[in-house]
Design a protein around this ligand. Structure first.
Ligand code: UD1
Length: 430
């Protein structure tokens, strides 16, 4: 088992390069299942969820070749949908994109129930509603979801989602791209990764309009063709570095970003008194000693992202006065609060709102990454705490951050990744 050890008190200074966006790379990798030729995907982040997804495609029989660290050639010409071990599906959420992709390619699908971060109940009823509207017959049995369609051909239709769901929007796009006729997705998610997936599919010959708005129109095409495509930068990784710069009162230039995607985070930081300078493909964040309290509520894009929630709570512990963090997307994303309390943070949780009595110094503690974004928030807490903190369960952080330790060290952080000896090894040594 590995852990991250971080000694607080060093402001971050310098430049950091942002990797490709995990949440865009995953659907694009699964979208390759739709295509009976080679795709070359660039700017793929080196994160665990990507590696797992590529393993799933390999298990299905796809040829996956690493060309450089961040470029892959994927060829799904010969694949079998029943070849993936159940255990692989359980390790991540995005494996459910295979449902849409297999339906689009074969008119039927079979996938193990997905895993992913524990934020309370995470139903997939909207995905199922969409698949059924397209003519799929869904059967859930023994931890497996299988879907069949009449004559192996889905039929385009109008789908109105009851709530805004990134995953359901993506899954229906994948299934509808080769359906007969036109599909209209109403109340669609508008996240930049939805636009990135649409751009990838359109480059492969799909006919998708309106991605990035709440109504997406998909005219089914007979076939898709391979292409070369570069993934957009990761706005959550960029936002995480923005908050780390502000929290340590440093000054960091965050390169390879699309500043438009960072507006909700930048606006909140500016409201608190942090300086955020927007350049063409970079932002410069400069911390201050005089931040002011605020209230934050997470929303679907273009609102303040739920995936930037725990990082912001850590920052708010350093702001004098009472601040509020309200979770508007998930029913329970507050499991990290106990970890911060052990560092001296004064936080109460009332329903979906954390009430943060800010301006308290944090002291180092043994910390646990309870999920991906909570884990990175623990790193930020460690960067500002007095003393040396140890963070365990870092495989959860590595699901979505490409070389977070190396990037922070290059900015001057005192941080390292080490191996925790397991109990057996300790007993033997004694
Ligand atoms: C994706 C992101 C995740 C991010 C989230 C919200 C990936 C791999 N994951 O997750 O990092 O936190 O978007 O931006 O891209 N819901 C239902 N029924 C459904 C589907 C969703 O009730 O059928 C609910 C969920 O429980 C949640 C809300 O809708 O409360 C939003 O979920 P959704 O947008 O689907 O998130 P994911 O796609 O799972």
């Amino acid at each position: 088992m590995e852990k991250i050890v971080v000694r607080g008190g060093k402001p971050l200074f310098g430049n950091v390069e942002i990797s490709g966006m995990k949440n865009a790379a995953l659907p694009i990798i699964y979208a390759c299942v739709l295509i009976k030729s080679k795709c070359v995907i660039e700017n793929v982040p080196a994160v665990r969820d990507v590696a797992l997804s590529l393993s799933i495609l390999r298990e299905m029989g796809a040829s996956v070749r690493m060309i450089t660290k961040n470029t892959y050639e994927i060829d799904c010409t010969n694949i079998d949908i029943n070849a993936v071990p159940y255990e692989l599906f359980r390790q991540m959420r995005a494996s459910y994109y295979l449902l849409g992709a297999e339906l689009g390619r074969f008119g039927r699908a079979s996938v193990g129930f997905p895993g992913g971060c524990d934020f309370g109940e995470r139903p997939i009823d909207q995905h199922i509603k969409g698949f059924e509207a397209l003519g799929g017959k869904v059967n859930i049995e023994n931890g497996n979801i299988s879907i069949e369609s009449e004559d192996g051909q889905l039929k385009g239709t109008n789908i109105f989602f009851d709530l805004v769901s990134v995953g359901a929007t993506i899954n229906i796009m994948l299934a509808a791209v080769t359906a007969e006729g036109t599909t209209i997705i109403d109340n669609a998610a508008r996240e930049p990764h939805i636009v990135d997936l649409a751009n990838f599919l359109n480059t492969c010959g799909a006919n998708i309009r309106g991605a990035g708005t709440d109504m997406i129109k998909i005219k089914g095409v007979k076939q898709l063709y391979g292409c070369n495509y570069a993934i957009i930068p990761d706005m959550i990784e960029a936002g995480t570095f923005m908050i780390a710069a502000a929290a340590t009162k440093g000054c960091v230039r965050i390169n390879n970003v699309i500043p438009k995607h960072l507006e909700s985070v930048a606006a909140k930081l500016e409201e608190m008194g942090v300086s955020v300078e927007e350049l063409d493909d970079a932002v410069v964040v400069k911390g201050t000693d005089t931040m002011t309290r605020t209230s934050v509520k997470t929303h679907p894009y273009p609102g303040y992202p739920t995936d930037m929630h725990p990082q912001m709570t850590v920052l708010l512990t350093q702001v004098p006065g009472v601040s509020y963090m309200t979770e508007g997307v998930y029913e329970n994303r507050f499991r990290y609060v106990d970890e911060l309390r052990r560092m001296g943070a004064q936080i109460k949780v009332d329903g979906r709102t954390a009430i943060i009595e800010g301006g308290t110094p944090l002291s180092a503690a043994p910390l646990k990454a309870v999920d991906l974004r909570a884990g990175v928030a623990m790193i930020i807490a460690g960067l500002i705490a007095e003393g040396e903190s140890e963070i365990t369960d870092i495989h959860l952080i590595e699901r979505g951050y490409d070389d977070i330790v190396g990037k922070l060290r290059a900015l001057g952080a005192d941080i390292r990744r080490t191996v925790v000896p397991n109990d057996d090894a300790v007993k033997k040594a004694n």
